[in-house]
Write a protein that binds this ligand. Structure first.
Ligand SMILES: C[S@@+](CC[C@H](N)C(=O)[O-])C[C@H]1O[C@@H](n2cnc3c(N)ncnc32)[C@H](O)[C@@H]1O
Length: 417
């Protein structure tokens, strides 16, 4: 253990795996290879040999390149650099955009099948098509220029940059091609910020770009989605791609089956943030909508209450989803009945909702769920568990909300059988 770090292996790269790494084999051992493309032959340098059955390695030379390889969109993350000097956060930047999406589709389909037990036929029924396609958002053809929020970390000398992949080593950079032009212009890349932990650069859709230096006091910003405006803390959560909020709004509105929807039921927006998806339902189903947005961050909940004020039946609650659902399970018979006819939107963080939440939802038996997912394996686990508890995967769409990275977003509807 440790003896093989730095060793260079020539490998044939096989399929893509969760996390954007490719799988290769060498002397009977699995090697997870970064910065390669399935089908390539590369020289990869071992970076982690702690496990007996698999090692991790970084591509240092491409011997036979995939037809889908292109020059990396970000020089700072290029395979030409030493792996320790490569900027993280753009791990698919060396792959043509259309092929990135094909690889993301493969990862999502494999996760649904292997982790969720949702085979190709079941998936085809939900998709209304044979194959899953990852839908692109409007933007540059090379997948740059979309990030409205960037965190820059500070090194010992006060210089700014992203972390290297899988490391806390700051890589000072002189450009940020994945960021919007407004973020790029505002990012103080040449300046020094010694003593600060990080500098966030953000460009909300209303007003000018701004910096948040370290733990600077929060202020309110406005994001516009279609005709609607949302107030939120500049340090709070908001979707990162400049078209993500509008894309998810439309996708959630479309995912809800109107035949199963009752505006007067105890509808829920779980992991609600500042109320984006509750408002999506409100805009689709009108002023009579009853909905509770549940969010663990009290500041976000305050903004959600303000953003949802025009719906008399909307409220925002600060609670962990797990605790909130436990409380509902102890409700009276009429309350339980209002939940059985409800629609629940859930948009959990990367870890997914988890089995406790899935179990609680299954016992409350809402009519339909709209699951917005940012991690394929966590989503597949939860979708599989929901199927076992009587929910049919009724529709699934997926979106390239994070071009040039391995991340992919899915919006699924699950209907009680
Ligand atoms: C992916 S964001 C979605 C926010 C919102 N739906 C949106 O699109 O803007 C997930 C949100 O869940 C919140 N969160 C994380 N874990 C939670 C939990 N266990 N219970 C309630 N909220 C949680 C986070 O603070 C964050 O605002």
């Amino acid at each position: 253990m440790g003896d093989d770090i730095g060793r260079e292996l020539e490998v044939e790269v096989g399929k893509i795996a969760h996390g954007g790494i490719s799988v290769a084999r060498h002397e009977g051992r699995v090697i997870f290879v970064n910065d390669a493309i399935p089908g390539e032959r590369v020289v990869a340098r071992v970076s982690d040999d702690r496990k007996k059955r698999f090692w991790r390695a970084d591509t240092v030379r491409v011997i036979e390149a995939s037809e889908h390889r292109r020059e990396h969109v970000w020089g700072a993350a290029s395979v030409d650099r030493d792996p320790a000097e490569r900027a993280g956060g753009a791990e698919f930047g060396h792959i043509e955009l259309a092929h990135q999406r094909e690889l993301k589709a493969q990862v999502l389909m494999e996760a649904l099948d292997r982790t969720g037990g949702i085979d190709a036929d079941t998936l085809a029924d939900a998709l209304g098509a044979d194959r899953l396609t990852i839908e692109g958002l409007p933007g540059e053809p090379d997948g740059t220029g979309w990030r409205t929020r960037v965190r820059l970390n500070v090194d010992e000398q006060g210089r700014l940059g992203p972390y290297a992949a899988r490391s806390h080593r700051v890589i000072p950079v002189n450009d940020l091609p994945l960021a919007t032009p407004e973020v790029q212009a505002a990012a103080p890349l040449g300046e020094r910020f010694a003593g600060e932990p990080h500098v966030d650069v953000l460009a909300p859709s209303v007003g000018s770009a701004r910096l948040i230096i370290g733990k600077q006091a929060r202020s309110t910003i406005t994001e516009r989605v279609g005709e609607r405006e949302f107030a939120l803390a500049d340090s709070g959560f908001w979707q990162v791609h400049r078209h993500a909020a509008s894309t998810l709004t439309a996708a959630v509105q479309q995912a809800v089956d109107p035949a199963q929807f009752d505006p007067a039921s105890a509808n829920l927006d779980l992991y609600g943030g500042v109320g984006l998806l509750a408002a999506a339902l409100g805009d689709r189903f009108g002023t009579g909508l009853r909905i509770t947005s549940v969010e663990s961050d009290a500041i976000a909940t305050d903004y959600a209450a303000e953003n949802l004020a025009e719906w008399v039946g909307a409220r925002a609650v600060t609670s962990r989803v797990e605790a909130f659902l436990r409380q509902l399970a102890a409700g009276s018979a009429p309350e339980r009945a209002r939940l059985e006819s409800a629609t629940v939107v859930l948009d959990p963080p990367r870890a997914g909702a988890g089995l406790d939440v899935v179990d609680a939802l299954a016992s409350l038996r809402p009519a339909q769920l709209v699951y917005v997912a940012c991690d394929p394996v966590a989503f597949a686990r939860d979708a599989g568990a929901l199927r076992e508890r009587g929910y049919r995967l009724a529709s699934l769409r997926s979106f390239d909300l994070f071009p040039n990275t391995h991340h992919v977003e899915a919006v699924a509807s699950l209907v009680r059988e």
